[in-house]
Ligand binder design. Structure first.
Ligand code: SIN
Length: 307
């Protein structure tokens, strides 16, 4: 095994090149600008921003998050500033960052998804849209599209028509066979697929005899879900012809490498950002160190090593 100085960590999601495979997960990294005082955001392969809708949203009432063993439940309800405020107030500052910017988008209807994508398409500074059809915490949109192959395909078709940006579709684990969803969104024209979003869960406060979250159920994330996520990424990667982005409980480089060896081209770090805002940077360094120690020159050499 050779030891060499600079492993090549760059990866390609279709035509979208990232300097390394480490991205942040939507909803755990704000609009990225908030993290600048704490870390060198430009070391990341990409930042994936908080989900954007056509109009601003207040989200669900509190309590809307709580800790669970090895993870957390959330039911934020896609609170956000809305796409217009984002374009005016956040994008001018984001666009000077030397990293890829991925806008996560959401709609209550197919028309809304397409309209958010269209507005981002004409705004300078966004490299890709991540289409969220997997949020378990909203009554309209989200998982109602993402748990049905034909609903998912309709959303992706509409977004595809609305933008020339790279389209990544974020899938839910809450389906019987992930391969069916993979084929549906691929046929509809997605450029890549990210998975998994959170797993619906629930916690009860036994003293108060009430659910902990105001919405009763929420989405479970964190290391507790990682083995499920790795399995689903492995299944998706075998079924897909487009690149896969792995998400689910990654806290360090070894976790990220599990997803890459299961077939993911890149990964997103989510819940770990709440414990340590710089955890995604530590994952970048850890992957470089692994590559150096093990004589791996390019990420491709280990992508899908377990197939
Ligand atoms: C939320 O805002 O409720 C979480 C977003 C998601 O799960 O996609």
């Amino acid at each position: 095994m050779g030891v060499f100085l600079k492993p090549d960590t760059s990866v390609k999601l279709g035509r979208l090149e990232l300097k390394n495979p480490v991205m942040t997960a939507s909803g755990t990294f704000g609009y990225a600008l908030e993290f600048e005082p704490y870390m060198d955001v430009e070391r990341l392969g990409a930042v994936v921003l908080k989900g954007l809708s056509l109009k601003p949203r207040d989200g669900n009432p509190p309590p809307r998050s709580c800790e669970t063993p090895c993870g957390m439940l959330n039911s934020i309800g896609l609170q956000n500033v809305g796409v217009e405020a984002f374009i005016k107030e956040k994008l001018p500052r984001l666009k000077r960052l030397k990293t890829r910017v991925v806008a996560n988008i959401f709609g209550e209807t197919i028309i809304e998804y397409a309209e958010v994508a269209r507005r981002l398409d004409s705004a300078d500074g966004v490299d890709a849209v991540e289409v969220n059809i997997s949020c378990p915490n909203v009554k309209k949109g989200g998982l109602s599209f993402g748990s049905d192959p034909s609903g998912a395909a309709k959303v992706v078709t509409a977004v595809r028509k609305a933008t020339k940006l790279h389209v990544m579709t974020k899938l839910s684990p809450n389906v019987t066979d992930i391969r069916v969803m993979v084929r549906a969104v691929e046929d509809a024209g997605t450029d890549s697929i990210s998975l998994i979003n959170t797993i619906p869960g629930m916690a009860i406060d036994v003293e108060r005899r009430r659910a902990v979250l105001s919405t009763v159920t929420g989405g479970l994330s964190g290391p507790a879900i990682r083995p499920i996520a790795v399995r689903m990424v492995w299944e998706a990667a075998k079924a897909a012809t487009v690149p896969i982005v792995g998400i689910g409980g990654i806290v360090n480089a070894r976790d990220a490498l599990e997803f890459i060896m299961a077939g993911a081209t890149a990964v997103e770090i989510g819940t770990a950002n709440f414990l340590d805002p710089a955890s995604a940077i530590a994952v970048v360094h850890g992957i470089e160190e692994y590559m150096r120690k093990n004589g791996v020159r390019t990420i491709k050499e280990i992508t899908g090593a377990v197939n």
